[in-house]
Design a protein around this ligand. Structure first.
Ligand code: GAR
Length: 209
């Protein structure tokens, strides 16, 4: 089974969905560690409750971004992950860090990328007038939310939606999408080659149903 380190900053519901998937004996990956830039992140206690080792590296405890990342990289040298999953990790990672794990690092973003990268994504989706919204798992590259796409899920935009309501509907699909995307990568069914995602087979569209 592939070893996975999950990076979080908050509640960690996506991390839990990955841990739940990994609990199945035929799943090709296991969570070896959960790492947060916020010691108060709710997801850390949830990981501990499941017996998953946790690490917290708060940015303000380090003099620079480079030193903060160096501390995380040192922990990763012990953890020895095959794959890193960013799951609500709200910090931009440097190119030097990413190059160490190129093609082995995934992120989930709650929009149908390349639309609405970055912050306030749900409000921007609503403001656009689109009748579909969704989420994307992609390989991490230096540009924010820009890497090659591994898998996507869609939901409808409904009358009366607020950013909060839409975020909740998208999150439900995120919890199905991320385990599916991790499985594809762990089984070698998707690879990053020359900056593109190469898919072994088409994946059926994932939706709220
Ligand atoms: C998720 O919706 C995730 O897609 C989003 O933060 C939430 C984290 O929730 N990530 C981003 O916006 C990254 N730019 P969680 O902590 O419950 O998984």
């Amino acid at each position: 089974r592939k070893r996975v380190a999950v990076f979080i900053s908050g509640g960690g519901s996506n991390m839990i969905s990955l841990a739940d998937a990994c609990a199945a004996s035929d799943f090709p990956a296991e969570i070896s560690a959960v790492i947060s830039d916020k010691p108060s992140a709710g997801g850390l206690a949830k990981a501990t409750a499941r017996g998953i080792p946790t690490y917290a590296f708060e940015r303000k405890d380090f003099a620079s971004k480079a030193e903060h990342e160096a501390a995380i990289l040192m922990a990763l040298d012990d953890i020895k992950p095959d794959i890193i999953c960013l799951a609500g990790y709200m910090r931009l990672i440097s190119g030097a860090f990413i190059s160490r794990y190129e093609g082995r690092m995934l992120n989930i973003h709650p929009s149908l990328l390349p639309l609405f990268p970055g912050l306030h994504t749900h409000q921007r989706a609503l403001d656009s007038g689109m009748r579909l919204a969704g989420c994307t798992v992609h390989f991490v590259t230096e540009g924010m939310d820009e890497g090659p796409i591994v898998a996507q899920g869609v939901v409808p935009v409904l009358t009366g939606d607020t950013a909060e309501i839409l975020a909740g509907r998208v999150l439900t699909v995120e919890h199905k999408l991320y385990p599916l995307a991790l499985k594809l990568l762990a089984e070698g069914k998707v690879k990053m080659e020359n900056g593109r995602a190469v898919h072994e087979t088409a994946t059926a569209p994932l939706d709220a149903g």
